[in-house]
Design a protein around this ligand. Sequence first.
Ligand code: 2BA
Length: 108
Amino acid sequence: MKLIVAIVQDQDAPSLIEDLTESNYRVTKLTSTGGFLKAGNTTLLIGIDEDEIDAVVAIIETNCKTREITTSLMTVTMPGDTYIPYPLEVKVGGATLFILDVEQHIRI
Ligand code: 2BA
């Protein structure tokens, strides 16, 4: 068995979860926060058989879009120690996937 840990953008999560569930995959949704943007994202745990990886990745590819995000993460220092936000363009990927081996899976 494999565990896909998928970090996706919040906007893509509802349709992705719906498509996965409709295709009979079990999904757990976690609310997460990206370390760089410090903005919310969604982490999904998807436990599957090894031969289902390609099908699940295809569903993720269909639902998750790369987006350009403008953030004011950076600041520039002005004379007098004044900080003003400096817009920064960041391309956030459609999904970041980690595919792990599952040693044991028990349902009680
Ligand atoms: P964040 O950490 O908020 O990163 C959002 C986007 O900012 C990233 O998109 C990337 O384009 C950019 N970025 C991140 N760190 C950067 C840096 N040090 N310098 C310049 N730009 C940087 P993605 O790469 O698509 O990642 C989207 C989200 O997926 C990340 O949100 C994070 O929550 C997660 N993620 C990505 N790679 C990861 C990894 N290796 N381990 C754990 N989580 C990861």
